[in-house]
Write a protein that binds this ligand. Structure first.
Ligand SMILES: Nc1nc2c(ncn2[C@@H]2O[C@H](COP(=O)(O)OP(=O)(O)OP(=O)(O)O)[C@@H](O)[C@H]2O)c(=O)[nH]1
Ligand SMILES: [Mg+2]
Length: 430
């Protein structure tokens, strides 16, 4: 069963660097003093055991990180936008669907603490202070901030069950799953109706948890009698077991003992898992004191602290209380911490990043002796500087050399006199 969500992420833009000069009395223009823009915040997913569904990611949701602030005078850098950390359930797959419906898998957050930068914040632009050189004491260039990444994402989560329904065949496990979730398992009045585990999501207030229904267990299940053994593995990773028993049949306590013995034979993990007893089919009770004496009998056999709930999946009596109790028990038991055997010394996994894109082309040939510069860094420089000013343009062209753009222009066939376009500025190559 897969839970899925479609959202948009928008990282913060970098702040602009600025052109500024120190003011000194009687000096028309002091040294360069324009500060850098701050970096934009990134959006980072963190795998957390405290979240177990994708419920909070509503359709069409847009997650945004703040932008960096522009640089200031006196070489002051702008504040960076803070990264936005978003907790996602352990096991979440992240697909980038910006360019295709199917999408590209960019990360699999399968361990507690794994991190994935899903939208990287834009770098702050450099202020003119950074462009000062020994030969240029009056730098007129500054960079605009880089745009933050924008992505459409699809999140997929293979659900892990929180509660396992166990018990003898025909007790009403599947009926209960159907009563508390939207799942539609097969229900019938014969043993071994359920042949494979099925999962249901139980919504509770703003939270949700997942319940798994497995085939009925019988004596000898741990040795493979009936269908049991294979499916016990499915309940090994749950946090709570709900032991379902048909209360209208005689020998309730004995039947529970029998199944618990099977669990113990199968694994200690299962035997030690917190268990609540769910007595089903109370609508069939004939003796009006039956619930009372069964309750006493069960507490005497399994301890006063044992949670015992009486319900009828058929009439829904006690179903709300059952959900409340499941939630209450789950709250007492934290989600399992990732296994140290997986090499997780602390719970902060590696930072995964989307695969880097190829080095972008820097020049487009438009024909008619016209060329467009599309180099990202050069574009930011053009946006952050006043290229209408001839002196600035000279510095800009020199800077294009440092960025490797001049080489690409040469390779594209640019000659002195050719028209070069960048952003919305057009100039003659010199
Ligand atoms: N009267 C009554 N019948 C119930 C109740 N709950 C379940 N049943 C019936 O009991 C039978 C068995 O129910 P299931 O939900 O299939 O039981 P199960 O535990 O999933 O059985 P297996 O999958 O075979 O292990 C069905 O005929 C249900 O309609 C109940 O609360 N009252
Ligand atoms: Mg069933």
């Amino acid at each position: 069963m897969i839970d899925s969500a479609q959202i948009t992420v928008q990282a913060g833009n970098g702040g602009n660097g600025i052109v500024n000069f120190r003011r000194e009395a009687f000096v028309p223009r002091g040294g360069p003093a324009g500060g850098d823009g701050g970096d934009g915040g990134s959006i980072i997913f963190v795998a957390a055991n405290s979240v177990n569904t994708l419920l909070k990611f509503q359709r069409g949701m847009v997650l945004k990180a703040p932008s960096g602030e522009p640089g200031g005078s006196a070489k002051k850098s702008g504040h960076s936008g803070e990264d936005v950390l978003v907790e996602v359930p352990v096991g979440t797959e992240v697909w980038d669907t910006t360019n295709s419906k199917k999408g590209v898998l960019i990360g699999d957050l399968d361990k507690e603490g794994d991190r994935l930068v899903v939208a990287k914040g834009g770098q702050g632009g450099l202020g003119n202070t950074r462009f000062a050189t020994s030969t240029n004491q009056v730098p007129m260039l500054a960079e605009a901030g880089e745009e933050g990444e924008h992505r459409e994402l699809r999140l997929n989560l293979k659900l892990l069950a929180d509660v396992g329904l166990i018990g003898m065949p025909n007790g009403g496990k599947s009926s209960i799953l159907a009563a508390i979730s939207a799942a539609k398992p097969k229900i019938a009045n014969y043993p071994f109706t359920t042949l494979e585990p099925s999962l249901g999501v139980v919504y509770f207030e703003l939270d949700a948890f997942v319940v798994v229904d497995i085939p009925g267990l019988i004596e000898g299940a741990h040795e493979g009698v009936g269908l049991g053994i294979e499916f016990l593995k499915h309940v090994e990773r749950t946090r709570v077991l709900a032991h379902v028993v048909d209360g209208a049949e005689p020998g309730v306590v004995e039947r529970i003992h029998t199944i618990n013995e099977e669990l113990r034979q199968f694994s200690e993990v299962l035997a030690d898992k917190p268990q609540m007893i769910v007595v089903n089919k109370i609508d069939l009770f004939e003796d009006e004191n039956q619930q009372e004496w069964l309750d006493d009998e069960l507490h005497a056999a399994f301890g006063d602290d044992t949670t015992v709930i009486f319900i009828s999946a058929a009439t829904r009596a006690g179903i709300d209380q059952l959900i409340l109790e499941m939630r209450r028990l789950l709250n007492l038991i934290p989600r399992p911490i990732a296994d140290p055997a997986n090499g997780l010394a602390d719970h902060r996994g590696p930072v995964l990043r989307p695969a880097p894109v190829d080095r972008p082309r820097s020049v487009e040939t438009l024909g008619d002796d016209k060329f467009r510069i599309i180099h990202p860094r050069a574009l930011r420089l053009a946006r952050g500087s006043n290229l209408d000013d001839w002196a600035v343009l000279v510095q800009f062209q020199k800077r294009l050399g440092d960025l490797g753009v001049t080489r690409d222009l040469d390779a594209a066939g640019v000659m002195p006199g050719s028209t070069v376009i960048i952003d919305d500025v057009e100039f003659e190559w010199d």
